[in-house]
Write a protein that binds this ligand. Structure first.
Ligand code: APR
Length: 236
């Protein structure tokens, strides 16, 4: 059995929009409601940690009721045909709940917390709400396991390696404006087939050839699937 082709997918907030989550930079986006520096930066944490705890508590409560949409589900189904690796900027667990088995979270995970002084001891709190002052079993002050603006992105080198090794690459639901995640497109090798799925225009570095599917994720991922299954001989 020949080795499966490697499909690497970079997802952003847009893939979870049809699951009821606001994106960040659309007209009704989260950054219209909150100041990003207040709820998604390390300075914000030092300034007002309770505001941040409430922000992520509300998202965690929403996540419990949310469901993966067809965009997430079709990516999981494609594991039957391809070696699929998801690199997501999202902190939700909808890729995992849809069945994807290789998910790299660049910006952390909503259902997890960690000591403020130790990013490697991670605790899963599921969908429960946390309170500022909560301590770990080792009596360390806990914070959401989220990568905020102003902080390092520990998984970026693993993500960069995945993109370099990709046979097929897709960006789904990201405005590609936040680095280092957006910079991953520069790791693409020339011969990698690249797709971009988004209902709006997304600017990519000049000279880069993407097959643009101007659709929402649920429809766009289905179109990409049909094209890939035909191209790789899994469907007529
Ligand atoms: N299907 C697919 N894409 C969609 C949909 C949809 N239903 N709805 C919106 N989009 C697209 C938008 O057109 C936009 O290009 O999703 C993209 C969302 O862009 P952003 O809101 O900027 O989200 P993202 O790119 O994930 O932001 C990156 O910024 O604030 C930080 O840490 C946060 O991880 C986030 C990072």
């Amino acid at each position: 059995m020949s080795e499966k082709k490697r499909l690497v997918v970079l997802t952003g907030a847009g893939i979870s929009a049809e699951s009821g989550f606001k994106t960040f930079r659309d007209s009704d986006g989260l950054w219209e409601q909150y100041k990003v520096e207040d709820v998604a930066s390390i300075e914000g944490w030092y300034r007002n940690p309770e505001l941040i705890i409430d922000f992520y508590n509300d998202l965690r409560t929403q996540l419990e009721k949310a469901q993966p949409n067809d965009g997430h589900k079709i990516l999981a189904e494609l594991e039957k045909y391809f070696d699929v690796r998801i690199i997501t900027q999202n902190v939700d667990n909808l890729h995992e709940r849809a069945g994807s088995t290789h998910v790299v979270h660049l910006h952390g995970e909503l259902t997890k917390v960690r000591p403020v002084n130790n990013a490697s001891k991670i605790y899963d709190i599921g969908y429960s709400r946390m309170t500022y002052g909560d301590k770990s079993p080792d009596n360390e002050l806990l914070r959401p396991h989220i990568v905020w603006f102003g902080e390092a992105v520990p998984m970026i080198s693993e993500a960069s390696r995945l993109v370099r090794d990709a046979d097929i690459f897709a960006v789904i639901g990201s405005s590609l404006v936040v680095y280092p995640a957006a910079g991953l497109v520069h790791d693409l090798r020339g011969k990698t087939e690249a797709f971009l799925i988004d209902p709006k225009e997304v600017s990519v570095p000049t000279g880069m050839k993407f097959k643009v599917i101007r659709e929402v994720a649920s429809k766009g991922v289905a179109i990409m699937r049909d094209e890939l299954l035909r191209e790789f001989g899994f469907a007529s």
